[in-house]
Design a protein around this ligand. Structure first.
Ligand code: G3P
Length: 217
Protein backbone atom coordinates (compact mmCIF):
# COMPACT_ATOMS: atom_id res chain seq x y z
CA UNK A 1 0.00 0.00 0.00
CA UNK A 2 1.30 3.43 -0.87
CA UNK A 3 1.54 6.04 1.90
CA UNK A 4 0.54 9.63 1.12
CA UNK A 5 0.52 12.41 3.71
CA UNK A 6 -2.66 14.49 3.89
CA UNK A 7 -1.46 17.98 4.72
CA UNK A 8 -0.14 21.25 3.33
CA UNK A 9 2.22 21.69 6.31
CA UNK A 10 5.77 21.76 4.95
CA UNK A 11 7.40 20.63 8.21
CA UNK A 12 5.15 17.55 8.41
CA UNK A 13 5.78 16.79 4.73
CA UNK A 14 9.56 17.07 5.25
CA UNK A 15 9.44 14.90 8.39
CA UNK A 16 7.37 12.18 6.66
CA UNK A 17 9.59 12.32 3.57
CA UNK A 18 12.71 11.90 5.70
CA UNK A 19 11.35 8.54 6.94
CA UNK A 20 11.88 7.26 3.41
CA UNK A 21 8.44 5.64 3.18
CA UNK A 22 6.41 8.51 1.73
CA UNK A 23 4.95 7.99 -1.73
CA UNK A 24 2.98 11.20 -2.25
CA UNK A 25 0.97 14.10 -0.83
CA UNK A 26 -2.69 15.08 -0.84
CA UNK A 27 -4.02 18.52 -0.01
CA UNK A 28 -7.40 20.21 -0.10
CA UNK A 29 -8.57 23.83 0.19
CA UNK A 30 -9.19 23.43 3.95
CA UNK A 31 -5.66 22.11 4.52
CA UNK A 32 -4.21 25.02 2.50
CA UNK A 33 -6.29 27.53 4.52
CA UNK A 34 -5.07 25.90 7.76
CA UNK A 35 -1.51 26.83 6.73
CA UNK A 36 -2.60 30.38 5.84
CA UNK A 37 -2.09 29.80 2.12
CA UNK A 38 -4.54 31.99 0.20
CA UNK A 39 -4.61 33.64 -3.23
CA UNK A 40 -3.93 32.01 -6.60
CA UNK A 41 -0.21 32.78 -6.81
CA UNK A 42 0.51 31.78 -3.20
CA UNK A 43 -1.40 28.53 -3.64
CA UNK A 44 0.41 27.65 -6.88
CA UNK A 45 3.80 28.47 -5.34
CA UNK A 46 2.98 26.25 -2.34
CA UNK A 47 2.13 23.29 -4.59
CA UNK A 48 5.43 23.79 -6.40
CA UNK A 49 7.33 23.79 -3.11
CA UNK A 50 5.64 20.53 -2.08
CA UNK A 51 6.58 18.97 -5.42
CA UNK A 52 10.19 19.96 -4.84
CA UNK A 53 10.20 18.15 -1.46
CA UNK A 54 8.44 14.88 -2.37
CA UNK A 55 9.18 12.85 -5.48
CA UNK A 56 5.67 11.44 -5.96
CA UNK A 57 2.10 12.39 -6.83
CA UNK A 58 0.85 15.65 -5.27
CA UNK A 59 -2.92 16.19 -5.38
CA UNK A 60 -3.90 19.82 -6.01
CA UNK A 61 -7.61 20.62 -5.87
CA UNK A 62 -9.62 22.78 -8.26
CA UNK A 63 -12.03 25.33 -6.79
CA UNK A 64 -14.33 25.71 -9.80
CA UNK A 65 -17.49 23.59 -9.89
CA UNK A 66 -18.28 23.90 -13.61
CA UNK A 67 -16.60 21.88 -16.37
CA UNK A 68 -14.93 24.86 -18.11
CA UNK A 69 -13.63 26.27 -14.85
CA UNK A 70 -12.27 22.91 -13.70
CA UNK A 71 -10.50 22.42 -17.03
CA UNK A 72 -9.03 25.93 -16.85
CA UNK A 73 -7.79 25.53 -13.28
CA UNK A 74 -6.69 21.92 -13.77
CA UNK A 75 -4.54 22.78 -16.77
CA UNK A 76 -2.77 25.51 -14.80
CA UNK A 77 -2.19 23.10 -11.91
CA UNK A 78 -0.97 20.28 -14.16
CA UNK A 79 1.49 22.64 -15.88
CA UNK A 80 3.13 23.44 -12.53
CA UNK A 81 4.99 20.12 -12.18
CA UNK A 82 4.95 16.63 -13.69
CA UNK A 83 3.86 15.11 -10.35
CA UNK A 84 0.70 17.20 -9.95
CA UNK A 85 -2.54 15.21 -9.81
CA UNK A 86 -5.62 17.37 -10.45
CA UNK A 87 -8.10 16.81 -7.62
CA UNK A 88 -11.69 17.13 -8.77
CA UNK A 89 -14.90 16.88 -6.72
CA UNK A 90 -17.39 14.06 -7.30
CA UNK A 91 -20.08 15.98 -9.14
CA UNK A 92 -21.32 15.41 -12.68
CA UNK A 93 -19.35 18.39 -14.01
CA UNK A 94 -16.35 16.83 -12.31
CA UNK A 95 -16.94 13.53 -14.10
CA UNK A 96 -16.81 15.40 -17.43
CA UNK A 97 -13.59 17.11 -16.38
CA UNK A 98 -12.02 13.79 -15.28
CA UNK A 99 -12.85 12.29 -18.68
CA UNK A 100 -11.33 15.35 -20.40
CA UNK A 101 -8.10 15.09 -18.39
CA UNK A 102 -7.97 11.32 -18.80
CA UNK A 103 -8.08 11.75 -22.59
CA UNK A 104 -5.19 14.21 -22.31
CA UNK A 105 -3.09 11.91 -20.09
CA UNK A 106 -3.37 14.25 -17.08
CA UNK A 107 -3.78 12.42 -13.76
CA UNK A 108 -6.83 13.07 -11.59
CA UNK A 109 -8.00 12.32 -8.06
CA UNK A 110 -11.79 12.26 -7.69
CA UNK A 111 -12.49 13.51 -4.18
CA UNK A 112 -15.45 13.47 -1.78
CA UNK A 113 -16.42 9.86 -2.56
CA UNK A 114 -19.02 8.50 -0.14
CA UNK A 115 -20.72 5.72 -2.12
CA UNK A 116 -19.81 2.76 -4.38
CA UNK A 117 -21.82 4.29 -7.24
CA UNK A 118 -19.66 7.40 -7.11
CA UNK A 119 -16.53 5.24 -7.18
CA UNK A 120 -17.86 3.33 -10.20
CA UNK A 121 -18.70 6.39 -12.28
CA UNK A 122 -15.34 8.02 -11.47
CA UNK A 123 -13.49 4.88 -12.61
CA UNK A 124 -15.51 4.80 -15.82
CA UNK A 125 -14.50 8.43 -16.47
CA UNK A 126 -10.85 7.39 -16.10
CA UNK A 127 -9.93 8.84 -12.70
CA UNK A 128 -6.36 7.91 -11.72
CA UNK A 129 -7.39 7.86 -8.04
CA UNK A 130 -10.67 7.99 -6.14
CA UNK A 131 -10.77 9.28 -2.57
CA UNK A 132 -13.37 7.65 -0.33
CA UNK A 133 -13.51 9.61 2.95
CA UNK A 134 -13.21 6.97 5.63
CA UNK A 135 -13.11 9.11 8.77
CA UNK A 136 -15.97 11.37 7.74
CA UNK A 137 -18.23 8.33 7.29
CA UNK A 138 -17.18 7.05 10.72
CA UNK A 139 -18.07 10.53 12.04
CA UNK A 140 -21.71 9.95 11.02
CA UNK A 141 -21.92 6.42 12.45
CA UNK A 142 -21.37 4.71 9.09
CA UNK A 143 -18.51 2.25 8.72
CA UNK A 144 -16.05 3.88 6.34
CA UNK A 145 -14.00 0.70 5.92
CA UNK A 146 -17.10 -1.12 4.62
CA UNK A 147 -17.28 1.39 1.76
CA UNK A 148 -13.64 0.83 0.84
CA UNK A 149 -14.18 -2.95 0.89
CA UNK A 150 -17.24 -2.58 -1.35
CA UNK A 151 -15.30 -0.43 -3.83
CA UNK A 152 -12.39 -2.93 -3.77
CA UNK A 153 -14.84 -5.71 -4.63
CA UNK A 154 -16.34 -3.77 -7.54
CA UNK A 155 -12.97 -2.73 -8.98
CA UNK A 156 -11.68 -6.31 -8.70
CA UNK A 157 -14.41 -7.40 -11.14
CA UNK A 158 -13.02 -5.19 -13.89
CA UNK A 159 -9.77 -3.79 -15.25
CA UNK A 160 -10.02 -0.12 -14.31
CA UNK A 161 -6.66 1.59 -13.83
CA UNK A 162 -8.21 3.67 -11.02
CA UNK A 163 -6.46 3.36 -7.65
CA UNK A 164 -8.41 3.41 -4.38
CA UNK A 165 -6.90 6.20 -2.29
CA UNK A 166 -8.38 5.84 1.19
CA UNK A 167 -8.71 9.41 2.51
CA UNK A 168 -9.83 11.03 5.73
CA UNK A 169 -7.66 8.51 7.56
CA UNK A 170 -7.36 9.63 11.18
CA UNK A 171 -5.41 7.00 13.17
CA UNK A 172 -3.18 3.92 12.81
CA UNK A 173 -6.06 1.39 12.97
CA UNK A 174 -7.56 3.05 9.88
CA UNK A 175 -4.24 2.47 8.08
CA UNK A 176 -4.13 -1.19 9.12
CA UNK A 177 -7.74 -1.76 8.06
CA UNK A 178 -7.03 -0.12 4.69
CA UNK A 179 -4.07 -2.45 4.17
CA UNK A 180 -6.15 -5.52 5.16
CA UNK A 181 -8.81 -4.60 2.61
CA UNK A 182 -6.32 -3.85 -0.13
CA UNK A 183 -6.66 -0.10 -0.60
CA UNK A 184 -4.00 0.91 -3.14
CA UNK A 185 -3.07 4.07 -1.25
CA UNK A 186 -3.90 5.65 2.07
CA UNK A 187 -3.53 9.32 2.90
CA UNK A 188 -3.40 10.43 6.49
CA UNK A 189 -1.76 12.81 8.95
CA UNK A 190 1.86 12.47 10.10
CA UNK A 191 0.61 11.48 13.58
CA UNK A 192 -1.15 8.36 12.22
CA UNK A 193 1.87 7.33 10.14
CA UNK A 194 4.30 7.73 13.05
CA UNK A 195 1.95 5.92 15.45
CA UNK A 196 2.33 2.73 13.37
CA UNK A 197 5.85 2.36 14.77
CA UNK A 198 4.76 2.47 18.43
CA UNK A 199 4.39 -0.53 20.71
CA UNK A 200 4.97 -0.49 24.50
CA UNK A 201 6.70 -3.90 24.36
CA UNK A 202 9.16 -2.51 21.79
CA UNK A 203 9.89 0.42 24.10
CA UNK A 204 10.30 -1.83 27.16
CA UNK A 205 12.33 -4.40 25.22
CA UNK A 206 14.74 -1.78 23.90
CA UNK A 207 15.15 -0.26 27.37
CA UNK A 208 15.98 -3.72 28.72
CA UNK A 209 18.50 -4.47 25.94
CA UNK A 210 20.28 -1.16 26.52
CA UNK A 211 20.27 -1.63 30.31
CA UNK A 212 21.70 -5.17 30.02
CA UNK A 213 24.36 -3.99 27.58
CA UNK A 214 25.34 -1.22 30.03
CA UNK A 215 25.96 -3.82 32.80
CA UNK A 216 29.12 -4.90 31.02
CA UNK A 217 30.64 -1.40 31.17
O1 G3P B 1 -8.02 15.33 1.87
C1 G3P B 1 -9.26 14.76 2.04
C2 G3P B 1 -9.47 14.06 3.36
O2 G3P B 1 -8.37 13.25 3.65
C3 G3P B 1 -9.90 14.94 4.49
O3 G3P B 1 -9.76 14.34 5.76
O4 G3P B 1 -9.81 14.41 8.23
O5 G3P B 1 -10.70 16.37 6.92
O6 G3P B 1 -11.95 14.24 6.99
P1 G3P B 1 -10.60 14.88 7.03
Amino acid sequence: MKFFIDTANLNDIKEANALGILDGVTTNPSLMAKEGIFGDQEVLAHYKTICEIVDGPVSAEVIATDFEGMVREGEILAALHKNIVVKIPMILEGIKAIKYFSNKGIKTNCTLIFSPGQALIAAKAGASYISPFLGRLDDVSTNGIDLIAQIRGIYNNYTYDTEILAASVRHPMHIIQCAEIGADVMTGPLSAIKALANHPLTTLGLEQFLADHAKGK
